[in-house]
Ligand binder design. Structure first.
Ligand code: SF4
Ligand code: SF4
Length: 329
């Protein structure tokens, strides 16, 4: 059977969209973790507190006990520490007074083994039986786009695991196949590769995005362990397996780059609306399809990464279905 994805444009349809899924009723009286990226300093496109407050109000109506949650980041930012992220969250309007529930930032993880790879998932996610994920749909310089899968795949794990995931995607160089064409250096977003009469990679600059591996026309580069798309899907599985999760994707302020990027603009697609589902694969595929209807292949055009890859990997490991029925309300 196809997964169901509810699509609406007007905010007064939010209650109906949530109640469409029987799972939402099971959140009654339960503690519910609300997963949200609360935005990097100077980023303007993250999901705003006014919308999050509406979602929290729906949870409070069924006597659930929600708390807003995110993890600290691995790169240099105030959000690298719990205290720093709490400060940024306040700055962006994510306060108990505004949202109506506690705001929790975590640095602690619990090891979860998926296919022989150990991901440190945030303890609060591991402890949560009921989760509501609010994900901003936007471009991503390394993953092509970010939605529900990425909200957990990168956003649900500790700093150490975030670094580990990126390390999986670092290039391994095979000089025998290399023609010194320089394409890898051209596509590297971080200037980590130089090609003269020899090939060099600056390990300190490399963020393990895998773009060079995808771009090399001569199979001279391979992944140290796996692609970012595959790693995100596996890490997402570590976060959500055996949990009841409702996904809300926000297709507004669809910027070129992600909420971690202080310079994420420009906007690359007009506002579309909101999606709700109980399937992370279906809701991300529906998000991509709706964006495609507006701006064909825009994520791939601006970030030179095919965004369908993470969805394909997620489906392959049983996270959900690529096939869905879109219900417009
Ligand atoms: S793209 Fe491949 S063949 Fe070209 S320089 Fe880079 S590693 Fe060598
Ligand atoms: S993995 Fe990404 S950051 Fe690292 S060298 Fe390749 S393109 Fe550059």
């Amino acid at each position: 059977m196809r997964s169901q994805v509810v699509f609406f444009k007007e905010l007064d349809k939010l209650p109906d969209a949530l109640l469409h899924f029987k799972m939402f009723e099971s959140f009654r009286n339960r503690k519910v973790l609300v997963k949200l990226h609360m935005g990097e300093v100077r980023n303007r496109y993250y999901v705003k507190p006014d919308f999050v407050k509406l979602v929290v109000e729906e949870l409070l109506k069924i006597n659930a006990k929600p708390f807003l949650f995110d993890t600290t980041v691995a790169y240099n930012s105030p959000r690298k520490s719990k205290r720093g992220y709490e400060m940024v969250a306040r700055l962006h309007g994510f306060t108990k007074k505004k949202i109506g529930c506690d705001i929790v930032i975590s640095e602690n993880g619990v090891p979860i083994d998926i296919n022989g790879i150990v991901f440190e998932v945030a303890k609060e996610i591991v402890d949560a039986d009921y989760i509501l994920a609010i994900s901003h749909v936007k471009g991503h310089i390394q993953a092509g786009f970010g939605g529900a899968i990425k909200n957990f795949g990168m956003g649900g794990v500790t700093k150490e695991t975030k670094k580990l995931i990126h390390s999986f995607c670092e290039p391994v160089y095979n000089s025998e196949n290399c023609t010194l064409c320089g394409i890898c250096a051209e596509v590297c977003p971080f200037g980590a590769i130089s090609v003269t009469d020899i090939w060099r990679r600056n390990e300190r600059k490399c963020l393990g995005c895998g773009k060079c591996v995808e771009a090399c026309p001569n199979n001279a580069l391979s992944y140290k362990k796996m692609s970012l798309h595959e790693a995100l899907a596996l890490s997402c599985k570590a976060c959500i397996e055996n949990k009841k999760v409702i996904y809300v994707n926000v297709l507004k302020d669809i910027a070129r780059s992600c909420d971690c990027d202080p310079s994420a603009g420009p906007i690359i697609c007009p506002d579309i609306g909101y999606l709700v589902s109980d399937d992370p694969v279906a809701i991300d595929k529906a998000s991509l399809d709706l964006v495609d209807e507006m701006e064909k292949n825009i994520f791939e055009k601006v970030n030179k990464v095919n965004p369908i890859m993470q969805i394909k990997h997620a489906e392959k490991i049983g996270l959900g279905s690529n096939k869905y029925k879109l219900i417009k309300i």
